[in-house]
Design a protein around this ligand. Structure first.
Ligand code: FPP
Length: 246
C-alpha cells in the first residue's frame, strides 16, 4: 500500500491547501444528520494534520469555515463552532508533540467569543513551534481578504506612505492575511466538486489543482499520498516552456 513513508521527500509542496468538502453528503448517505458528518470530518482533519507534519510539509491551510457558511442553519453553525473549540482544547498536546504552529486567517473577530478566545490561546501556546504551520481559514473569504488589503493600501496612499506607482505584488502580498506564507503549491478539494469557492484566490495563481471524488470524512492517508504523488509528477512551468525549465 502507498503510505506517507513511501513518498519521495524531495519535491513536496511547500504549501498545501485543502477545501474539506462533503461532510453533509457523507452523513446524508448514511441516513444521519449533517452534524454527524462534521464530527467525522474532525477525525480526517486530525489524521491529515499528523500525516502532513510527519511528511514535514511546511504550510498546511484548511478551509474550515467560509464567510458564506454563516448563512447555514443556526444549529449547524453552532456545532461547527463547538467542534472547533473542543478540537482546539483536545489537540493542543498533539500540536506541541508534532512541533506544529497554529495560525488562523479570516475575520477571526467575528467568531463567537469562546471560539475566538480558545483559538488565540492555542495560537499563542504554539507560536514558538518550528515545524509545520497549520492555518485554519475561519470566517474566511478571499474577496473580503483582497478588499481589506485594498482598503489598507488606499489609506497608506492617502497618507503618502505608499505612492500608487510603487504598488506591486509584494506590497499586495504584505497586506493579505497570508503575508508570512508562500503561495499555495497544491490545492486539494474533496467531494468531487470542481470549484474554488472563494478560497485563497490571490495565493493559488500558480497552484496545481487536485480534485478527489471522496467526501471529506473518508479522506485518508492513501488519498493524501495519491494527491502528492500526482503533484510530484506534474511539470510546473509558471508560464515558461518545457525547454526553458531544463
Ligand atoms: C464542508 O462540508 C465542510 C465544512 C463546511 C466544514 C469543515 C469542518 C470540519 C471538517 C470540522 C471542524 C474543523 C476543525 C478544523 C476542527 P459540507 O458541509 O459543505 O458538505 P456538503 O457539501 O456535503 O453539504
Amino acid at each position: 500500500m502507498n503510505t506517507i513513508d513511501t513518498i519521495n521527500k524531495e519535491n513536496l509542496p511547500k504549501h498545501l491547501a485543502i477545501i474539506m468538502d462533503g461532510n453533509g453528503r457523507w452523513a446524508k448517505e448514511k441516513g444521519k444528520l449533517r452534524v454527524f458528518g462534521h464530527e467525522n470530518g474532525v477525525t480526517a482533519v486530525r489524521q491529515t494534520v499528523e500525516n502532513c507534519a510527519k511528511l514535514q510539509i511546511k504550510f498546511l491551510t484548511l478551509y474550515a469555515f467560509s464567510t458564506e457558511n454563516w448563512n447555514r442553519p443556526k444549529i449547524e453553525v453552532e456545532t461547527l463552532m463547538r467542534l472547533l473549540v473542543s478540537s482546539l482544547k483536545k489537540e493542543l498536546k498533539t500540536l506541541t508533540k508534532n512541533n506544529i504552529r497554529l495560525n488562523a486567517i479570516g475575520n477571526i473577530s467575528s467568531l463567537p467569543k469562546k471560539a475566538h478566545r480558545e483559538l488565540n490561546e492555542v495560537i499563542s501556546k504554539t507560536k514558538e513551534n518550528t515545524g509545520m504551520t497549520l492555518t485554519l481559514a475561519l470566517s474566511y473569504g478571499a474577496r473580503e481578504e483582497i478588499k481589506n488589503a485594498i482598503q489598507q493600501i488606499a489609506v497608506k496612499v492617502k497618507n503618502n506612505i505608499i505612492s500608487p506607482e510603487n504598488i506591486d505584488e509584494t506590497i499586495i502580498n504584505t497586506h493579505l492575511y497570508t503575508h508570512d506564507m508562500p503561495d499555495v503549491d497544491l490545492l486539494i478539494r474533496t467531494s468531487g466538486e470542481h470549484r474554488i469557492s472563494n478560497f485563497l484566490l490571490w495565493q493559488i495563481a500558480y497552484a496545481e489543482l487536485y480534485f478527489v471524488n471522496v467526501f471529506w470524512p473518508d479522506f485518508s492517508e492513501l488519498h493524501l499520498v495519491e494527491a502528492i504523488t500526482n503533484y510530484q509528477n506534474r511539470e510546473r512551468r509558471f508560464g515558461k516552456t518545457s525547454e526553458q525549465l531544463k
